[in-house]
Design a binder for this molecule. Structure first.
Ligand code: SIN
Ligand code: MN
Length: 266
């Protein structure tokens, strides 16, 4: 899958790009099933909300076959390779739950702020590419993005270790207000299988989910190989040290896996 010149321009100008209908329902259904099994496990990679509901599962591409295939999927790898013009490695991998009724807030932040401060990543030549596993609606805690905010570099931030169960470098209200005045806020919504990519410096957040509708999203953080992290402080399963270039699998790999899994269950 190649991005068009117009899509590349939108990414450069606005800092984000939405690609609906990237994955078929059968491909997403197997990911949803596997995510539930992972959330049910008692392992260090699964972080929970203060209530105990799952918040995020790290590094699933290293211990789950379906998520391994997604982590090397050409529909995700190729567009990001195109933007950075080089091979990529996986810096981080998260399955965020935003559980029904209990999914908590992600405060306003920039991802690259954390990758620079905590992991020693030299440049914002990494980005998140998100795969919706559930329908993302205006009501169930969609990701909110501030268009154009990626043009402001790394903004000063405070380390919030109290608001949620997950420490985050967060932006103050004055900064967010100033950036929103310029760029507004968008909250891309869409069906399971949609994909959203956004610049490492794009300011974003999401509100708590108080609805009965879960909002599970997988985030691949893909980093240009030459931009690998230099001074990691977080565990290996949060900020990976394997800088091997990702070799994309076949486009049909996840569908083939989903079908073989279905046959085995029958
Ligand atoms: C993130 O910003 O890393 C996650 C936000 C979300 O899943 O809502
Ligand atoms: Mn983020």
């Amino acid at each position: 899958m190649q991005l068009t010149a117009q899509q590349l321009k939108q990414f450069a100008d606005e800092g984000w790009l939405f690609l609906p209908d990237c994955f078929a329902e059968a491909e997403v259904a197997i990911l949803r099933d596997e995510a539930e099994c992972i959330y049910a496990e008692n392992r260090q990679e699964v972080w929970r909300e203060k209530t105990g509901a799952p918040r995020t599962a790290f590094a699933a591409h290293t211990y789950n076959e379906a998520f391994r295939l997604l982590g090397s999927h050409p529909r995700l790898i190729r567009p990001v390779e195109q933007v950075f013009g080089e091979h990529l490695y996986m810096h981080q991998y998260k399955i965020n739950a935003k559980a029904a009724f209990e999914g908590d807030v992600w405060q306003w932040h920039q991802d690259y702020g954390t990758w620079a401060r905590d992991d020693g990543m030299p440049e914002p030549r990494a980005m998140n590419i998100a795969v919706f596993m559930d329908e993302v609606m205006p009501i169930n805690g969609p990701l909110m993005l501030v268009p154009k905010s990626h043009k402001h570099g790394v903004l000063s931030a405070g380390h919030d270790v109290e608001t949620t169960s997950y420490p985050l470098w967060t932006l103050d209200q004055e900064t967010v207000t100033r950036l929103v005045h310029e760029g507004g806020i968008v909250a891309p919504t869409g069906k399971p299988g949609a994909v959203l990519m956004f610049h490492g410096n794009l300011v974003h957040a999401s509100a708590p989910n108080i609805t009965p509708y879960p909002r599970r999203i997988v985030y691949l953080t893909l980093c240009a190989v030459s931009n690998h992290i230099r001074k990691p402080t977080r565990p290996e399963w949060i900020a990976h040290r394997d800088f091997t270039p990702i070799e994309p699998v076949a486009d049909s790999a996840l569908m083939d896996y989903a079908q073989s899994h279905k046959l085995a269950a029958e």
